[in-house]
Write a protein of this length. Structure first.
Ligand code: ZN
Length: 95
C-alpha cells in the first residue's frame, strides 16, 4: 500500500472559490450548489457565465476570457462575446 500524504476524501473542508482569482469564499463549492459569499463584504458571489463563483467584476471577465480562449479553434480572446458581456453586466449592475 502506498502511503501518500494525499488529502482525505471528505467534502467537509471544501469551500467555494473564485473562478477568476482562485481565492476562497464563504460557502460550498459551486458544484455542490447553494450560495457563496464574499468574505470581506458579505455580499453574495455571483455565478460566472460558464459556471463557478466570481468575487469581482474583473474576476468575472477574466474567467470568461479564459474560457473563450480555451475553446477549440479560438485564439486568445481579447474581449467578451455578447452572452458573456450580458452575464457580467447583470452580475454587477446592482446599484
Ligand atoms: Zn476573484
Amino acid at each position: 500500500m502506498s502511503t501518500s500524504n494525499s488529502e482525505p476524501l471528505t467534502t467537509e473542508n471544501e469551500v467555494a472559490t473564485c473562478r477568476g482569482c482562485g481565492r476562497a469564499l464563504r460557502g460550498k463549492p459551486y458544484y455542490m450548489g447553494g450560495i457563496a459569499y464574499i468574505p470581506e463584504t458579505g455580499a453574495r458571489a455571483p455565478a460566472n457565465h460558464f459556471g463557478g463563483y466570481v468575487c469581482s467584476e474583473s474576476c468575472d471577465r477574466n474567467a470568461c476570457l479564459e474560457m473563450l480562449s480555451s475553446m477549440p479553434g479560438a485564439g486568445p480572446a481579447r474581449r467578451l462575446d455578447t452572452p458573456c458581456e450580458q452575464s457580467v453586466r447583470l452580475n454587477w449592475s446592482r446599484s
